[in-house]
Design a protein around this ligand. Structure first.
Ligand SMILES: [Fe+2]
Length: 288
């Protein structure tokens, strides 16, 4: 059932529906019709914005803040990345610079993140809503790290956790389990599909998915045919998941969330996308 916008003027009316059909009655003066159509376009735009707001598009993983990690190298590059984000239809952009506990202090990291964020906010480019977080590199003992909650996503208890790029051990999985069950974190597993490159990790990947975790897949993985199948398999196994662009630069590892979403919609359908967007909004307490 298409949604419609109707405008009335005396005994005349004009109606435009979301499927592109239109109905009109009583208009003979082209100028008047043009004026009316312009007003209608504005109404339709507002209508679309309201509908879009109900299902916000969230990029859960990015490195666009300037000069803080191996992502954007300058404010100018960050501005280019923000412009690409607009092109990809992103409403909420979660900044997740890398945090490595073995080479950084949380206070220093947060200060640098805030500084980079202020610089981006000071630009006059149109931007999505920016939320602050971190991509926290796994380390042995992370479940006992007292302040690790300070690098959760946007004031939530969600920890975007990057597992180590090596063969995993049973203790690593137990560490994640303690983060969830003892510390009460909601653990979002950053680009889980990337760890399938280690054949020995496959069983552990399914162990992690069997736990109360959130799977995050990179949109770029859905654009490469070699990675698409495995990434879709993980999402299907878990039943739901979230997307992030994991964009790093304006020239390589670019913002491609919209393209990834298009592939996911084609492969898993509108219902999956709606559920994914609903989950994302709920996790970040975004009003729908
Ligand atoms: Fe990342």
């Amino acid at each position: 059932m298409p949604a419609c916008v109707r405008l009335f003027c005396a005994d005349r009316f004009y109606c435009l529906c979301s499927d592109g059909t239109e109905e009109k009655s009583g208009f003979t003066n082209p100028d008047f019709r043009y004026l009316f159509r312009t007003q209608l376009s504005i109404s339709y735009l507002l209508f679309n914005m309201a509908e879009k707001d109900q299902m916000s598009v969230i990029d859960f993983h990015s490195h666009f803040l300037p000069g803080i990690d191996d992502g954007s190298r300058s404010l100018e590059e960050s501005v280019r990345m923000l412009a690409m984000t607009q092109d990809q239809g992103v409403d909420f952009f979660v900044a997740t610079p890398h945090f490595y506990a073995d080479r950084d202090r949380i206070d220093d990291f947060l200060a640098r993140r805030e500084d980079a964020y202020r610089k981006v906010l000071g630009t006059d480019i149109a931007k999505p809503r920016i939320l602050l977080g971190a991509e926290v590199a796994f380390f042995s003992g992370i479940s006992r790290a007292a302040d690790i909650n300070r690098v959760c996503l946007a004031g939530t208890d969600i920890l975007l956790l990057e597992m180590p790029f090596r063969t995993w051990k049973e203790e690593d999985i137990e560490e994640v389990d303690r983060l969830i069950r003892r510390r009460g974190f909601r653990v979002m597993l950053a680009h889980l599909e990337r760890f399938l490159m280690y054949r020995e990790n496959k069983g552990f990947i399914y162990d992690l998915m069997d736990m109360d975790t959130i799977v995050q897949v990179n949109s770029g993985s859905l654009l490469k045919w070699q990675r698409r199948g495995p990434a879709l398999k993980l999402l299907k196994y878990k039943g739901i998941g979230l997307l992030g662009s994991d964009c790093h630069r304006s020239d390589v590892r670019v913002q491609n969330l919209g393209e990834g979403r298009a592939v996911l919609r084609k492969k898993l359908g509108d219902g999956f996308m709606d559920e994914m967007d609903r989950l994302g909004a709920d996790l970040l307490n975004i009003r729908r």
